[in-house]
Design a protein around this ligand. Structure first.
Ligand code: GLU
Length: 305
């Protein structure tokens, strides 16, 4: 498997030239456009690292998976889905378009920015600091790494320029979907997006989900079974922004991408996979990451369908 991953990464390198690093958050523009690295971490704790696997990146929208896990554990399925939908969106991740016409102004799903901001507001904690700390602790536990932390340059850059997210959050407050202080919730959301990781951290998070919510290294249940099932379902239908359907056809694995260039993928009962390649396509997905996932899925017969 190591040699297969190595040759797939080498074959996919050219594709990164077709993408651009995200620039709408100024600090993300510093990402290495040519980097491509991956980690496979299986449910027996065997791991494979290839390419530029030491590349550090901010987790961005991949954190939405952890935010959803915390929101579901803290509130239950019915409460969460009374405030956010579970339908795919055909609009960009930061779109405000449907909020006005959706039933009760609910965001379409937890993996677009509007839905993730609502889920952040639902996480336990009296304020943004406590909510962030709940999500951060869950992320450290899922990655089995106590050292992962916020990249404060990216966080400050997001906070300074995150006006679309601010518009989304204030709209949701006006529609009574968010009840607490908007700036406080946004602060927790920006910090979650700005957590800095390497592919091994993300592959380990995915391996817990692949292992039905039980950490492979300790046999401790971290995610309740029902929550784990829901998260995999939403990853399958909504994980790659407005190209989730195409990804299901070509890869067929529950996954979540982020504008830091990461794709996290969960092969149920088998392995977690993380790929990083900061050059993005126009939908916000890593170009190299998608190519690596397509080839891996085909060569290792990973599609769940
Ligand atoms: N922090 C980013 C934002 O809210 C996350 C977007 C993403 O990775 O899709 O704009």
């Amino acid at each position: 498997m190591k040699s297969i991953l190595k040759s797939i990464i080498e074959d996919s390198r050219d594709s990164t030239k077709l993408g651009q690093v995200a620039t709408y958050i100024p600090e993300l523009a510093k990402g290495d456009r040519d980097a491509l690295g991956a980690c496979i971490f299986d449910v027996n704790c065997d791991s494979i690292l290839e390419g530029e696997y030491k590349t550090k990146f901010t987790i961005q929208s991949v954190s939405k998976v952890v935010i959803l896990i915390c929101a579901l554990i803290d509130n239950g399925k019915d409460e969460v889905f009374s405030k956010v939908g579970s339908e795919p969106s055909s609009d960009p991740f930061n779109s405000l378009l449907k909020l006005e016409i959706n039933e009760n102004h609910k965001p379409l799903n937890p993996f677009i920015n509007a839905g993730a901001i609502v889920c952040t507001s639902l996480v336990s904690g009296d304020n943004g600091i406590e909510k962030f700390s709940r999500i951060h602790n869950m992320m450290k536990k899922l990655a089995n790494n106590d050292d992962i932390d916020v990249n404060y340059s990216v966080y400050n850059s997001e906070k300074l320029t995150g006006n679309t997210n601010r518009a989304i959050a204030y709209y949701l407050k006006g529609a009574n979907i968010i009840e607490k202080d908007v700036e406080d919730i946004l602060d927790a959301y920006f910090k979650c997006c700005s957590i800095e990781v390497v592919v091994e951290d993300v592959a380990k998070i995915a391996s817990v989900i692949a292992n039905n919510g039980v950490a492979p290294w300790s046999n401790e249940r971290v995610i309740p079974e029902e929550v784990n099932r829901i998260v995999k379902a939403i990853m399958t239908t909504c994980g790659l922004y407005d190209t989730s359907g195409t990804f299901s056809v070509n890869v067929g694995i529950p996954a979540k991408s982020g504008v830091g260039g990461c794709i996290m993928a969960v092969v149920p009962n088998r392995m977690g996979i993380a790929v990083v390649g900061p050059a993005l396509d126009k939908h916000g997905n890593s170009v190299g990451g998608v190519k690596v996932m397509e080839d891996l899925s085909r060569k290792l017969s990973l599609s769940i369908f």
